[in-house]
Design a protein around this ligand. Sequence first.
Ligand code: TXA
Ligand code: MG
Length: 310
Amino acid sequence: MKSKLSNIKKSKYFLDNNHCVGIPTETVYGLAANAYSNTATNKIFKLKNRPKKNPLIVHYYKINDLKKDCEINEIFKILYKKFCPGPLTFVLKLKKNNKISKNVTNGKNSLAVRFPKNKLTRKLLSILKYPLAAPSANISTGISPVSKNDVLEEFGKKLKFILDGGSSNIGLESTIINLINKPKILRLGGIERSKINKIFKKELKYSHIDKKNSVPGQSKLHYSPGIPVKLNVSKPKKHEAFILIKKRKKTYKNYFYLSKTKNLKQAAKNLYKILRLIKNKRYKSISVEKIPNTSFGEAINDRLKRASIK
Ligand code: TXA
Ligand code: MG
């Protein structure tokens, strides 16, 4: 525990000095910086090679901290009680006197916020005097990292410090819900849609292109291993990697299993790990068998679809 504590202190030291730090979360690792600082948040965009028009998610420790920057409403409180800390991101209205850096929001009057569950990151947030802006810790359009090593692979020595919190439990980004006006899901992720619909007692609208609150870059290539990805394939070509949802009796060295038993939660957890492994094994293309579009399968298919855009 002692070394963990000093790693948290090290993270604080770098963050206080306007540097970026890799942080573990239950979804994926984040590339974190002081959300109130222009200098610090600028570095996130530079390191990731991320277009400035793509706004960041801000990570808070507790509601009282969030209230300084954002307006909250009754629906927020209900969802917070049920799912936080956890893999749910809320898009809320910014207060006029908020302290969030303009880099984070691209000058918009809304902010995406979440309360991550990972213990080390929560401890870190509890001792900081500011919230953390943190997109996934990968170079733009690439595969999200789910371990310290993945983050290292993305940024190498360019990143001052990575807080090691083991591998991410969920392995897919948070679900994003817009609570300004009519609640609407903007990104499928760590919380199944059915669980959220249950709270609202109806099917919420889902579209990742939010017309009113348009976020550029949401329909382009993303989560990509940098090689062609083909979906719904039943028979792969001889030399390509083949991703399957369930173990086959007859197996080959180019077969990669998201789960042994078609368990979609486990498949979600393994998705980025397997995409990265295939990329590192230098395969030239990937075929994926049909994945059921239920439960976490929806989010998996969403990511694979974006990875397969040419
Ligand atoms: O699980 C996660 O959410 C991870 C961990 C690190 O917390 N973070 C993450 O961040 O996935 P990122 O930057 O890779 O994805 C954030 C998404 C982007 O698609 C961005 O366009 C959207 O959130 N977003 C950010 N601010 C928004 C806003 N004000 N309105 C609508 N969408 C927003
Ligand atoms: Mg990302």
